[in-house]
Design a protein around this ligand. Sequence first.
Ligand code: CAA
Length: 283
Amino acid sequence: MAITSVGIVGAGQMGNGIAHVFALAGFDVLMTDISQDALAKTVRLVDQNLDRQVSRGKITDEDRKAALGRIRTTPKLTDLGRCDLIIEAATERESVKQAIFDELLPHLRPETILTSNTSSISITRLASRTDRPEKFMGFHFMNPVPVMQLVELIRGIATDDATYQTLLKVVDKLGKTAASAEDFPAFIVNRILMPMINEAVYTLYEGVGNVTSIDESLKLGANHPMGPLELADFIGLDTCLAIMNVLHEGLADTKYRPCPLLTKYVEAGWLGRKTRRGFYDYR
Ligand code: CAA
């Protein structure tokens, strides 16, 4: 099945980047969000990020205009029923994702492929509650989506090969690289990245280093583009904690125990850049 139109649920940081790359690659994009404000903001942000690519000579102004012309928004989730591919990029809470699928499913064509950008929730479980587990996959983009080359493709236990092959072609058309992951807690990237971030928080908690020395060590000593604490602030400390909890519960191993300091920051509402306070102060 050839995919030409994509419906994106959620106009947050991830939905925004996903809309950007799909529109730039020539797909028709229809976005929805429960917040009208978020929808209006997302188009402005895509425009700004496209503009940044124009000024750096990555794309032309014609590309920018054409991409913007391919993005439409709607307040009605059910309008996405006519799209070939759905990417759910809503809040990382299973009950929220479930409610979205429940409302959307009766409006989808039988051949429509349904995906979730979840960073850690079981694809098999999400798929099992839909009418199309064979056409359901994890489609996990990395932040910032226009910059990061990788997309994780996660097959649930029932996902068929035709669906997987179709998504491989879509990733290829986006100019990105797919990594196939099996459906186990946090898949590949977060299975490795989050314990590293959690260990950086333990290193801070135990006083082995301070925020600056920990981040500098990994930037200058291991050539990471961002230090682990700076990266945690960028991703969102609530997201980091949620993924650590999925690893801890799903794999039942104490090595995945979230650092108490990470929990405390989340309890304080210090979630990183989005709340302007995390391991760093952005106020
Ligand atoms: N849209 C378009 N372009 C963007 C952009 C955006 N949103 N954000 C950055 N860019 C571009 C810049 O224009 C710049 O382009 P050029 O190379 O052409 O100059 C390039 O990206 C680098 O940006 P900056 O110069 O502003 O800043 P930087 O060099 O410090 O890089 C960064 C910023 C790309 C974010 C870099 O620090 C980095 O790679 N950090 C690590 C990010 C990472 O690990 N992401 C994965 C997180 S894990 C995840 O997402 C999974 C999950 O489920 C939690």
